[in-house]
Design a binder for this molecule. Structure first.
Ligand code: DON
Length: 311
């Protein structure tokens, strides 16, 4: 049976608009606390090139930790498997900003998606690029992946996090003491805060995720962005680590690799079927979007999309 995806997407957006329990917007980055929690957007980028979207599809939001997927892809492209000498591939079972495992594990973060891991990945990029170049490279990569030049950093969000990111400062300095971070912590953090402050719409983000849904290509027959092996490995990490200590719950409920950000976005992939972006600013207790998680669960139920189902 053919799926009526426009209907499914429109219905889910209408259901989410009616929800009254919307979670709490992140307030530890003051600029994010100003975002209206009443918003919701969902977009699917399909194999035939169509984008199906509903809700607040044209509002740019702070992608935050979702940027960590793209910096990881760039670092793996530049440095290959040597990235894994400074960051692991195991779920942490701890909050995204936790410092507790680092001392036990000699400064090596559990995975590239917790803050410590992403800071180490950003440091790896800086062994190749000056800070400004690295940010230019990250933006260029996102614009290429989404086929949209209109993607930029929100300077107010970057400044807000720069002023209040004391825990990330601690993580970077701690890793510097073990030689996992090799550059100057302040420079590494400057780039990290700025890539987290990139703003995108769900439509742009769904298109940027295509390379993960189509074995490294921007569509089944599209140009190649990364190797099939890299796409597979990043998907595995998103499934196991993409939602921090909510990763098991997300895999159980949604069954698709996904990456969340404290701006309320979730990027997910149904391999071969669709690249997906969903956004609603209110978060659950572990820092993942409450309504975007529910919406993706309903999308997976109604489409049958799952990496655990025979097709
Ligand atoms: O470093 C931070 O705390 C933020 N820039 C990113 C955290 C984040 O998005 C966690 N995701 N749920």
């Amino acid at each position: 049976m053919d799926l009526d995806l426009p209907l499914i997407v429109t219905e889910i957006a209408a259901e989410m608009a009616a929800e009254t329990e919307r979670g709490a917007v992140a307030d530890y980055i003051p600029e994010l606390a100003r975002v209206d929690p009443g918003q919701f957007g969902l977009a699917l980028s399909l194999p035939d090139g169509r984008v199906i979207a509903a809700g607040d599809t044209e509002v740019p939001f702070s992608i935050q930790s979702i940027s960590k997927v793209f910096t990881l892809a760039l670092a793996l492209g530049r440095h290959g498997d040597s990235v894994w000498s400074r960051v692991g591939r195991e779920p942490s079972g701890d909050p995204f900003n936790s410092i507790v495992q680092l001392e036990h594990e000699r400064g090596k973060p559990r995975n590239p998606f917790i803050n410590a891991g992403a800071i180490a990945v950003t440091d790896a990029l800086l062994s190749h690029y000056a800070p400004r170049e690295a940010l230019g490279e990250i933006l260029r990569f996102l614009r290429y992946l989404s086929g949209d030049e209109d993607i930029a950093i929100d300077p107010a969000v970057a400044a807000s996090e720069q002023e209040t990111g004391f825990r990330n400062v601690a993580l970077a300095n701690f890793m510097r003491s073990y030689g996992i971070v090799t550059g100057e912590p302040a420079k590494v953090l400057g780039v990290y805060f700025h890539h987290c402050a990139i703003a995108m719409t769900v439509r742009q983000l769904a298109r940027a995720a295509r390379f993960l849904a189509f074995d490294g290509r921007l569509g089944p027959e599209g140009p190649r962005a990364v190797s099939p092996r890299m796409a597979r490995q990043i998907n595995a990490l998103m499934l196991t680590c993409g939602h921090y200590d909510g990763s098991g719950e997300f895999a159980f409920r949604v069954g698709l690799p996904g990456k969340s950000g404290v701006g309320g976005g979730i990027m997910a992939v149904a391999p071969g079927q669709a690249a997906i972006a969903c956004w609603s600013p209110g978060l659950n207790a572990v820092g993942n979007s409450l309504l975007a998680s529910t919406a993706l669960e309903r999308l997976a139920e109604r489409t049958g999309w799952s990496v655990f189902t025979a097709r």
